[in-house]
Every structure is written in C-alpha cells, then in structure tokens.
Design a binder for this molecule. Structure first.
Ligand code: FEO
Ligand code: CA
Ligand code: CA
Length: 624
C-alpha cells in the first residue's frame, strides 16, 4: 500500500548554517552553567561534517509526512490490516470484531526489529503499545463499554509478527500475507515467567498457582534484539490496565510505587475482565512490567517474561555484547524521577549455538545508575557508577522490606531507591554507538523537576524540564564496568522562544533543528544517531517553530543535529529498524490524530497508526 506522501518542496529547505557548537564532554568542552541560568559557549569550531549526507528540513505542521528531498516515505502496513489469508478487511468505521482484530495488525505500533531470512525475505516484530479507543470502537467513546470492547482492545495490543518480501530488486518491501511467520501476540497469549522471581508467591494467582504461566503482554513500548535472533518487547504503562469497583480497596505502597490508580483506571478492562480487578486478583499486577522474549522465527513458540531484568515501566532494551562475551542490556524506566538500569549476564554469548544462550537473560546481575557531578563543578558532565541490586546488600534486607532476591526484582523501583540511584527525567530509549560503545539515553522531559522531592542534580539540571535532554556515558570500552564518565549530548531547548538561558539548550540546538521531548533513539552502522520525538506539537509558546513530532539525525562527534522527517498531525514518531544493507529504514507513525485532527494515512474517517518504509530514490544508504 502506497500513500501520496510527497517530499518537501525545495523552497522549504533550510541549509543549516555552520556555527560554533559546544557539547559536553571531552571532544568539545561546554563551559559555564552559571547560577543565573545562562549557558555560555566555548569557541571551538565544528569539524567538517561528512556523516550527515543531507540538508536538514524545516519544521512542519501539515497532516502529512515530510521528508528530505530524494527520499520516499510510504506506508508498509497500518492498524487493522489483515495479517493472514482469509482475515477480515479493515473497517474504517470501527466495526471489526475482537475476533477480526486478532488476525489484523495491532494498534499504536512502537518499537520494532527487522529479522532477515534471506536477501528477499524478512520478518518484522512490531510492538502494538496501546489503543486509541475513540478510533478502535465503533461507538467512538474513550472507554470500553462491554466485554467485546475489552477483548477487541486486548487483541489490538501486544506484538505483530509480520513477514515481508522485497519488491523486485528495489529496496522497497511489502507484506507477505501468505507467510507462515505472520502471527499476533496479544494481551491474552499464553506466556511463561522465567528467572529468579518465577514461581514466587507474589506471582501466583488463582488461575496460575504455579507462578510460571501468565497471559499476555500489553503496554509494549520499545524493544531490543538479541545476538541469537530473538526479539525483546518491553512492558511499560501496565498499571493503566488494572482497577476495581470495590470502593474501599486500599492500594499497597508497592502498588502505588507503580502509580496504580484503582478507582480511575485509564482503560477499564477491570470492569469486564475479572483478571484485571486488582481487589480480586492482586498478584496479577505483579506479572506485568517485565521484558518479554519472543522467537519471531518460530510461530508456535511461547513468549518468555524474564524476571532477572527487573520489573518497572520498561522503555527499551539496548543489547550489546561486552569484550569478554557477556551480554549487557541497558534499560530505562519511563516515569518522572525513575532510574536507568543495566543487566549483565553470568554466561557468555554463543552465537554458534543459540540454545546455549537461553539462560543468559535468566542468570545475571541487575544494576542501577548513579550519576555524580563533576568534581571541578563543570556542568553537564561527571562520573557515575552502577550499583548492584543484590539481596542482602546495600540495605536490600528484610528490615527494609526485601525478603529474597525475587522481591528485589519484583519491586525493582523500591530497591533502586534503597541503594541511592539517581532520579532521572523520564528515561526513554537507550542506544549504544557501535563504534565506541558509548550509550546514549533520551530523558524526555520532567515537568516536576525542581519541585519538592525532585531536586535538580547534575544529570537533570533544569527545573520544569519541558524540553528534555540526551545524556551519554562512557565505560572505557568495557560494557561490564561499574564506573563510567558521562556528559550531555544535547540539552534540548527552543532558541526561537528563548534566545538565551537554560531553555535555549546547548548550542547544537538551533533555530533550524529545535525540538522537544526526544524519545526513540537508534544508531545505524555508520554511527549516525537517529532521534525521534514524542512531545508537544502545539507550535506555539514554548514550542513555537517546532511543528509536529519529528525524526532528526545527530553526529556523535561534532554534535550537529539535522531534521530528517516530520510526521502528520498529533502523532508521535517512534520505532526504528533498518534492513541489513541500511537501504531501507522503517519508522512508526503512532497515534496520528489523537487530537481528532488527522486523516493519515489514507483519508479514512479514522486515522491509523502505520509503519513507514523509507527509501532513497537512488537506492542508496539512508542518511549517507
Ligand atoms: Fe511508550 Fe516511554 O514511551
Ligand atoms: Ca517512548
Ligand atoms: Ca514519550
């Protein structure tokens, strides 16, 4: 399916002016975050840029995708597309049933990975994070009003496994509906719990006295990919699915820590599906908030929830292999003031025998990050360390409410607080630069920073942080190290609204590239940093000149950032996957028209979240 997405007119191009940039860190020094809130630039000049092979484009408020000239963005698949032969066609008025939705592409696609089969065939695993009820249900209301509504919603959540085939000899791909790999994994798919917390009393329910068998995954935000070819999907806002009508039900401190609001659940599954009634089945809540491993190449495989990686609002799982062969996974917990984690496996990756890797995500050590200020007071840089979350150490003891290793993992947030981790500005995606091993993390925003209980700190230095920042850390080339140094790749801001001061941002933020709320993040093979935003799109006031949500590309060395693509109205751009030749880039348009203002992608009465396929008209490498 192809839409009428056009490249941006050349007259809207911005030729980015070369200017003196400064970013934190050793390559280019940033000097002076003064008490008065003024950012001062050093006078170092950018080296010539040969990593970013295109000119940045202007911001856009159009209800369309705009992209750098010479590139094509087309829709690969949209919410409701039938995934298997014989499945019902998408109904643009919301009349598809729950049973129909179980065989259709899910809603609100987010993180995703591409798994090649051969040069002409591949399988994509694509998260379906949540639903826009007003478009999902024929009645157009914001709440499910029947069990059928709830089942349809559950069927639109989870993960879609989508087979694709190359179109001719081009870098374009299309859905391969006849493939045996096409599969839906939903909020009701049978899964296994594994690792140290599996079988723990806190994970046992009436339906599963073993504590090993769980139904479904939902709130699947972003993702990761293992070296042995499996997909990791990350459970984020799982709390919004639980509630109760029992008026006197009191939430526990542990439930509150995961922001459970029982009497005003955002999605009222609990009204019609008893499993989500927290008063009746309190432990069901503990069975979500994990990282789930899926084998996309085995359509009958059972997904596995790996408890060793901790329970929190997982954004993504940035996987790397350390020099000694151990697996390392960096993870963010997306909530104001929550933490950044790292997991190190006990065993080593064995790519020659995938079966030998099965225990790597079950046996290992979880750590949480502490970011310290620079000893000389230089802003936007410092040292840090990873603190191990070990039962019996650092106060993770029965006196403080931790009775075994499982409780440390199930209540990872509480454990991280206990050991003194640094409260961050909503950690979203993490990506590891393949050239130097430095990890980058988007801290999307934090309106509560600077308020009581959320003081400023070196890594989160801005009160009422409405723009966010991208922080990076360097472990000296050893991903298993417990110490690191860090600096700020970008403190986002808006030089149009704020020509000076902390809301201007670091000098690599310009009038030409200004954006807010960095979220999705990924490196390509050449080391270009792809940045996707999920922020405010009013284009007014603090956000003037920033337009719709967008994708930008950064040079890790010079710090330069250029705008590559802009999404349609009231969407977020998220998810990033390349084919092995880096000539096709897949990016998601999520929740277009959540404000009722979009007809993306096909002028349907209901806008549809969609996977975009980006190629170059000359067939070249994306971004080069
Ligand atoms: Fe699903 Fe934190 O974004
Ligand atoms: Ca996100
Ligand atoms: Ca976000």
């Amino acid at each position: 399916m192809t839409t009428n997405i056009k490249p941006l007119n050349a007259d809207r191009l911005i030729d980015p002016t070369r200017r003196n940039l400064l970013i934190g860190g050793s390559a280019v020094g940033l000097a002076g975050f003064l008490g008065g809130g003024i950012w001062m630039a050093s006078a170092e000049t950018l080296p010539p840029n040969n990593l970013l092979g295109f000119n940045g484009i202007a911001a856009s408020t159009a209800d369309d995708v705009v992209i750098v000239p010479g590139y094509r963005a087309e829709v690969l698949i949209s919410w409701g597309e039938p995934l298997v032969e014989g499945a019902a066609a998408f109904d643009p008025h919301g009349n598809n049933s729950a049973a129909d939705q179980e065989k259709q592409f899910g809603d609100n696609n987010d993180g995703m990975s591409f798994f090649p089969i051969d040069d002409r065939h591949g399988v994509m695993a694509i998260n379906n994070e949540y639903v826009n009820e007003q478009y999902l249900f024929a009645h157009g209301g914001s709440k499910a009003t029947s069990l059928e509504d709830v089942r349809k919603s559950q069927a639109a959540h989870g993960v879609s496994i989508v087979a694709v085939k190359r179109v001719g000899d081009s870098p374009r791909w299309e859905l391969d509906r006849s493939s045996r790999y096409n599969r839906r994994i939903t909020a009701n798919t049978a899964m296994q719990l594994s690792g140290p917390a599996a079988g723990h009393p806190l994970l046992k329910t009436a339906a599963d006295p073993s504590g090993h068998k769980v139904l479904g995954t939902f709130g699947n935000c972003a993702n990761g990919k293992t070296p042995w070819g499996t997909y990791l999907t990350c459970e984020e806002n799982f709390d919004t699915y639980f509630g109760t009508k029992q008026a006197d039900y009191q939430t526990t401190a542990e439930q509150k820590r995961y922001t459970l609001k029982v009497h005003e659940p955002e999605r009222n599954w609990s009204d019609y599906d008893e499993r989500f009634d927290i008063a009746k089945h309190p432990h069901e809540f503990n069975r979500h908030g994990w990282i789930v491993e899926i084998d996309p190449m085995n359509p009958t495989s059972t997904p596995i929830k790996h408890t060793a990686l901790g329970r929190f609002k997982h954004e993504n799982a940035a996987v790397t292999v350390a020099n000694d062969g151990r697996l390392v996974v960096y993870m963010g917990d997306d909530e104001r003031g929550e933490y950044i984690y790292k997991y190190i496996s006990k065993g080593k990756v064995d790519v020659s025998n995938p079966a030998n890797n099965r225990s790597l995500l079950d046996e290992g050590q979880l750590y949480v990050a502490q970011f310290d200020a620079d000893v000389n007071g230089i802003p936007l840089q410092g040292k840090g360390r990873w603190i191990a979350l070990v039962f019996g150490e650092n106060g993770l003891t029965p006196e403080n409410g931790f009775h075994d290793v499982a409780e440390v993992l199930i209540f990872a947030r509480k454990a991280a607080t206990q050991v003194g981790a640094t409260r961050m500005d909503r950690p979203e995606w993490i990506a590891v630069n393949p050239h130097d091993g430095r990890a980058y993390c988007t801290l999307t925003n934090n309106s509560k920073r600077g308020e009581e209980g959320m003081p400023l700190n070196a890594a989160n230095p801005r009160p009422n942080n409405i723009y966010g920042q991208i922080i990076r850390w360097d472990e000296g080339g050893d991903a298993t190290a417990v110490n690191f140094s860090w600096n700020m790749y970008a403190l986002c801001g808006n030089p149009i609204a704020y020509p000076e001061g902390v809301n201007r941002g670091t000098p690599n933020i310009t009038v030409a590239n200004t954006f807010n709320s960095p979220d999705g993040l990924g490196f390509d093979k050449a080391g270009r940093l792809w940045i996707l935003t999920d922020g405010k799109y009013s284009n007014k006031g603090d956000y003037v000149g920033q337009g719709n949500n967008q994708m930008l590309v950064g040079d890790p060395h010079s710090g330069e950032i250029r705008r590559f693509m802009v999404g349609p109205k009231s969407c977020e751009l998220t998810g990033i996957a390349f084919t092995p030749d880096y000539k096709t880039l897949f990016v998601n348009v999520q929740h277009p028209g959540e404000e009722g203002d979009s007809h993306f992608p096909d002028n349907s009465p209901r806008p549809r979240s969609s996977v975009l396929m980006i190629t170059r008209e000359d067939g070249g490498v994306i971004g080069a």
